[in-house]
Design a binder for this molecule. Structure first.
Ligand code: NAD
Length: 160
């Protein structure tokens, strides 16, 4: 196993399938401990099982990133299971777009909730954890790199 990300703890939303799944598997193969999230339990648990079968560490945190209590639960899982937080990948999302003249308010707010509000809440919940870790690192003279990747779909409507 490559140890580029050894000791790092990563949150990857929407990692039961697709791009998020590939990110979670890659991180784990490089030594990161991964909190795997997905709306659907089965694919999330499959990714966790795959990581563990390869000798890595992962845990599932199932649920929609749009749930009001999700961010605290997601960050809390990293802390309770792996005692830290270093990498956040806001990947969960989907496409429900349309040409602007046909896009409804329901579609608009669904896209905003999933792709904007949910990442905001996750970063807000993570802030005190990362601040405290960074302060402790600075006091100990350690230089630790932490990263946030906001990768979900930005565009919410197409032009006509
Ligand atoms: N594939 C592309 O070409 C492309 C292009 C631009 C942006 N994106 C964005 O990248 C991200 C990943 O795309 P993908 O192609 O891997 O999609 P995908 O559908 O293969 O995987 C996305 C995963 O996110 C999960 N998910 C969806 N809504 C969720 C929610 N509310 N809470 C938790 N999990 C949720 C799904 O269950 C799914 O497992 C998405 O945000 C997508 O909008 C993808």
């Amino acid at each position: 196993m490559d140890s580029t990300l050894a000791d790092k703890v990563a949150l990857v939303s929407g990692s039961g399938r697709g791009i998020g799944r590939s990110i979670a598997l890659k991180f784990a193969s490089q030594g990161a401990r991964v909190v795997v999230n997905d709306l659907d339990a089965a694919p999330a648990e499959e990714v966790v099982a795959e990581i563990r079968a390869s000798g890595g560490q992962a845990v599932a945190c199932v649920g929609s990133v749009t749930a009001p209590d999700f961010a605290e639960r997601f960050v809390g899982t990293a802390i309770s299971e792996f005692k830290g937080l270093d990498i956040i990948v806001n990947n969960a999302g989907y496409t429900w777009d349309n040409v602007i003249q046909k896009m409804t308010d329901e579609q608009w707010y669904a896209m905003i909730d999933c792709h904007m509000t949910a990442p905001f809440r996750i970063l807000r919940a993570a802030y005190p954890v990362i601040r405290d870790q960074s302060k402790a690192d600075a006091q100990a003279g350690r230089r630790v790199v932490r990263k946030v990747v906001n990768g979900s779909r930005g565009a919410t409507s197409r032009s006509a």
